[in-house]
Design a protein around this ligand. Structure first.
Ligand SMILES: NC(=O)c1ccc[n+]([C@@H]2O[C@H](COP(=O)([O-])OP(=O)(O)OC[C@H]3O[C@@H](n4cnc5c(N)ncnc54)[C@H](O)[C@@H]3O)[C@@H](O)[C@H]2O)c1
Ligand SMILES: [Zn+2]
Ligand SMILES: [Zn+2]
Length: 399
């Protein structure tokens, strides 16, 4: 019997690397499955979505094994798996999807109807997402492997670009989805709220899609220095100059064609004193303010239905003070939800392999060991301009 170790949520502010069971060919209800594979994890990333749980801002249970951003090598195959073989290097979309329900057939793999008894949508290592065990670990089970997995075709070439390819499991498709649903195309002017890894991935995606100019805004000046170094314009929202004025200084007008929320429900207010406090509707309201009439707003930033740490009673159930009338008056379109990773990951893999996007440098990938995961969580939470990638078997160093 092989052993396994993983990153476990212990309680608000605390994660630990612990011994966990080696994966079984079983779903979270304990039913035997034959459509799964077991992966030796090659890389697995810490995400802003994990931070919501680790900050105690969700109902995540203690003892949850974390990790939904997984790249791995197939080491064991269920009897029903037809297209994967032992030794394949694969990228795992963070969505767990069955491939045969109506949502999956219509490419909405973020809201698969069968993998989570509680609601639509499954993911690894995430609260309310079906109980699939997380992949910030040495080994992990991937169900419906034929449907879910993206094989990285050339193993050696893939290992050379593994720092970039590790972003295919979530943040690059998520940023891209944000840009696509915001309507970004050649010549667009774009504002991205949030200079974290998802915001930077959205900004890079907007550039890939042909945007004329991309402005990234944040309340964290250190992240803005990094964004500027990646060639993006910036808006410093910790200053008292309002966002629309900062946009006007750059573009000659106070509005953009397309806007992306890469912040979510833990948004801070704007301005010198405002940015010291949480104000969860800030980003949505400011995006309606700065998006031109008939523009689209992509919202990959996460909003929840239960938030024990919310600023007020309404926000505790995800009800925010949104000025929806403004969006209505300006004929805005809004797009929310979990990214259907599979819709984009193959094309983005090609973009990486052919050097059309240097996503690892743009998001500041820093590779750490599994034992360094707790300090990676701490550093990420402090707002450093980095994306922490765990290398549980020290394969990067060898590659
Ligand atoms: N839809 C999806 O499928 C999906 C997938 C991955 C991540 N997400 C979500 O995307 C969001 C971003 O993820 P991340 O990993 O980059 O997280 P992150 O926490 O590293 O980045 C969020 C950034 O937003 C900044 N911010 C706070 N208030 C702001 C404001 N008013 N205006 C501009 N910036 C502000 C913070 O300073 C921080 O730099 C999170 O909510 C995460 O859960 C969603
Ligand atoms: Zn993620
Ligand atoms: Zn499905």
């Amino acid at each position: 019997m092989s052993s396994n170790r993983g990153v476990v949520y212990i309680g608000p502010g605390k994660v630990e690397v612990q011994s966990i069971p080696y994966p079984k060919m079983q779903d979270p209800q304990g039913k035997q499955i034959d459509h799964g594979v077991i992966l030796r994890v090659v890389s697995t990333n810490i995400c802003g979505s994990d931070q919501h749980m680790v900050r105690g801002r969700t109902t995540a249970p203690e003892g949850l094994v974390l990790g939904h951003e997984i790249t791995g090598e197939v080491v064991e195959i269920g009897r029903g798996v037809e297209t994967m073989k032992v030794g394949d290097l694969v990228s795992v979309p963070f969505n767990v999807a069955c491939g045969h329900c109506r949502s999956c057939k219509e490419q909405h793999t973020g809201v698969c109807l069968t993998v989570n008894p509680a609601r639509a949508g499954g993911a690894y290592g995430y609260v309310d997402m079906g109980g699939w065990i997380g992949g910030q670990a040495e080994y992990v089970l991937v169900p419906y492997a034929d449907f879910n997995l993206l094989r990285l075709p050339d193993r050696d070439a893939a290992m050379e670009k593994i720092r970039d390819l590790t972003c295919l499991s979530d943040i690059l498709p998520t940023g891209y989805h944000g840009a696509v649903t915001a309507g970004v195309g050649p010549g667009s002017t774009v504002y991205v709220a949030g200079a974290g890894p998802v915001g930077l991935a959205a900004a890079a995606s907007a550039r890939l899609l042909g945007a004329a100019v991309v402005i990234v805004g944040d309340v964290n000046p250190i992240r803005l220095v990094h964004a500027k170094a990646q060639g993006f314009e910036i808006a410093d929202l910790s200053k008292d100059t309002p966002l629309h004025e900062q946009i006007a200084e750059l573009l000659g007008e106070p509005e953009v064609d397309c806007a992306i929320d890469a912040v979510g429900f833990e948004a801070r207010g704007h301005g010198h004193s405002g940015s010291q406090q949480e104000a969860p509707a800030t980003v949505l309201n400011s995006l309606m303010g700065v998006t031109r009439v008939a523009g689209k707003i992509g919202i990959p930033g996460l909003y929840v239905t239960e938030d024990p740490g919310a600023v007020d009673a309404a926000a505790k159930v995800g009800a925010l003070s949104i000025r929806f009338g403004l969006g209505w008056a300006k004929s805005h379109s809004f797009h929310t939800g979990q990214t259907p990773v599979m819709k984009y990951n193959r094309q983005l893999m090609q973009a990486i392999m052919w050097d059309r996007i240097k996503i690892a440098d743009i998001v500041g990938v820093e590779v750490i060991t599994l034992d360094e995961a707790p300090s990676g969580y701490g550093a990420f939470d402090s707002g450093v301009p980095k994306k922490f990638v765990i290398d549980p078997h020290n394969l990067f160093r060898r590659a």
